[in-house]
Design a binder for this molecule. Structure first.
Ligand SMILES: C[S@@+](CC[C@H](N)C(=O)[O-])C[C@H]1O[C@@H](n2cnc3c(N)ncnc32)[C@H](O)[C@@H]1O
Length: 274
């Protein structure tokens, strides 16, 4: 059985900075609605699952930033002998994973910050992470992943890059200069961080994916329901006129398929060599 008390205790231990608390709070509010709206994230995650190795140097693995642990069953089917830890900053997300029956004896929750894992050095054979590390410093989080991986251990990562949500950013820019979209790291930030962390043979691929919506309102609803509307450093409410001006600008981008929402996704695969 999953212990929610354990989850909460670890949450207090690990969400130490105001920025991390803000990310955690934001996702906690999206815990119930996440699965229903995270179509693109779930598709990316399924393609990461297909890249899972069938054997690990040690039988321990992490899903970093797992949210409701939507890939738990598929991950366990590929690697049934492995002890998994479902790691997330948000205890509400882990509680939701538990309610959905995705946690079990071999798939245990750990509420912690990916940049400061309460785990021993060289203890993990695999780190899997889908759409979760975009609020982290690439260097800090890849160093931490390298620390917990055993030599021969694998990293499988997908993360949105700068250029994601560009239509939203461009549309807000004609209204005001406040941040409305997160300033995400770019391809070279992750590439350099991988090298710095010692992943010298890391393979990085960039893929642009576009979703289409019928209205700006449905885009806003989708981002809110998946917690993807969290913007570091954003403050204040948006006035009605500013919102209407942004919508009018976004409408100029409409295509036959609808209003585009671009995601620029990095896939990173690496092995710890030493
Ligand atoms: C968009 S969801 C992705 C969930 C899942 N991996 C998927 O692909 O559907 C991002 C999750 O990452 C978590 N997260 C964000 N920053 C984190 C950090 N520094 N450490 C651990 N989890 C983090 C959030 O709480 C949230 O549940």
């Amino acid at each position: 059985m999953t212990s929610i008390a354990t989850i909460n205790w670890l949450a207090e231990m690990s969400t130490s900075t105001p920025a991390k608390t803000a990310v955690s709070d934001h996702f906690s509010r999206a815990a119930r609605s996440y699965d229903e709206h995270a179509i693109l994230q779930l598709a990316v995650g399924r393609s990461l699952v297909q890249r899972l190795p069938v054997a690990l140097p040690v039988a321990a693995a992490l899903d970093l930033g797992c949210a409701t642990a939507p890939f738990a069953r598929a991950q366990q089917l590929v690697l049934p002998e492995v002890q998994w830890q479902a790691v997330d900053l948000s205890s509400a997300m882990l509680a939701e994973a538990s309610e959905r029956g995705r946690l079990n004896e071999h798939y245990q929750p750990l509420c912690a910050d990916a940049e400061q894992l309460p785990l021993a050095e060289a203890s993990q054979g695999l780190v899997f992470s889908c759409f979760a590390l975009q609020w982290c410093d690439p260097q800090a989080v890849l160093q931490e992943i390298a620390r917990v991986l055993v030599p021969g251990g694998r990293l499988l990562l997908a993360v949105p890059l700068r250029g994601s949500l560009q239509e939203l950013q461009q549309s807000w820019q004609v209204v005001n200069q406040r941040p409305h979209v997160n300033a995400l790291p770019d391809f070279s930030d992750w590439q350099n961080a991988a090298l710095q962390a010692g992943f010298i043979d890391a393979e990085l691929q960039q893929q642009v994916m576009v979703e289409y919506y019928d209205s700006v309102k449905s885009i806003a609803r989708r981002l809110k329901a998946t917690g993807a509307d969290h913007v570091s450093g954003a403050s204040g409410l948006t006035g009605k006129h500013a919102w209407q001006a942004m919508v009018a600008e976004y409408e100029t981008k409409r295509t036959e398929q609808g209003l585009p929402l671009t995601w620029n996704v990095l896939f990173l695969e690496a092995e710890k060599t030493q």
